[in-house]
Design a protein around this ligand. Structure first.
Ligand SMILES: C[S@@+](CC[C@H](N)C(=O)[O-])C[C@H]1O[C@@H](n2cnc3c(N)ncnc32)[C@H](O)[C@@H]1O
Length: 232
């Protein structure tokens, strides 16, 4: 495996589209009030979760949480756990901050940044009990497949952040991407498939809600593919 800085995946490829959409007034007000409280800064370097959450508790990470439906629902269901979200779409973070204020939730922290950089610079190795990535951008055109997040170097990096037995949980509604995810995860020596070799997982209660992108996939008649691997 090449060092990260030498690997083209880490040097150039962006898995997210730069969308310029504005936050709503409600999102923008929640941002002003609550981003200073709930957002973590990539520039602060390695995360001290005990300091960030003010307590010792198992930490879970969601990468690309969109508007944060699944993250907020899980955080509400499991107040004894810490949840960290990473997202590059600012209105999505605004939406999650609105939800954090409305419930209210105290066990969520957010990075407004590229997950690859946050994993490399901020998340200590073997520090997470679980990582979830639900409906990552499918980049369906073959010339865009290189922009897909779930590729070997990324999964190798992700796996390093899990504690032994920690769970990596993925879902997608794109069959071609699902098969690619299965190949990439199965080839990562530090992960084992909880459903058995080559098998997709049953729908899990760890995904408490149908997210926006899952709902869209179902409406358009696509099946949902779910993968659950544990760190060995
Ligand atoms: C198709 S959406 C799915 C959102 C949500 N998980 C859901 O199921 O509704 C994918 C999300 O991943 C985010 N994303 C893509 N690449 C990312 C990266 N490198 N770091 C952080 N977020 C990323 C995008 O901004 C987008 O909001």
């Amino acid at each position: 495996m090449k060092a990260h800085s030498e690997n083209p995946f880490f040097r150039r490829i962006r898995s997210f589209a730069r969308r310029d959409s504005r936050m709503t007034a409600g999102q923008s007000q929640a941002w002003d009030r609550s981003a200073p409280v709930f957002c973590l800064q990539q520039k602060d370097g390695k995360l001290d979760a005990v300091a960030a959450f003010g307590r010792e508790a198992p930490s879970y990470l969601e990468i690309g949480f969109g508007s944060g439906q699944s993250l907020a629902a899980l955080a509400e269901q499991k107040p004894e756990l810490n949840f960290i979200g990473i997202e590059t779409f600012k209105p999505g973070i605004g939406a999650l901050l609105m939800r954090i204020e409305a419930v209210p939730l105290s066990n969520v922290r957010i990075y407004y940044a590229d997950a690859v950089e946050v994993l490399e610079q901020c998340i200590p190795d073997q520090s997470l009990q679980g990582i979830q990535i639900f409906f990552p951008d499918p980049w369906p055109k073959s010339r865009h497949h290189k922009r897909r997040l779930i590729q070997s170097p990324f999964i190798h990096l992700v796996a390093q952040k899990l504690r032994p037995d920690g769970l990596l949980h993925l879902a997608t509604d794109w069959e071609h991407y699902a098969k690619g995810m299965m190949q990439v995860l199965s080839a990562e020596p530090s992960l084992r498939n909880l459903a058995g070799p080559g098998k997709f997982a049953e729908r899990s209660s760890q995904r408490p809600l149908v997210t926006k992108f899952e709902g869209r996939g179902e409406q358009e008649g696509r099946a949902i593919w779910e993968l659950q691997f544990a760190r060995v």
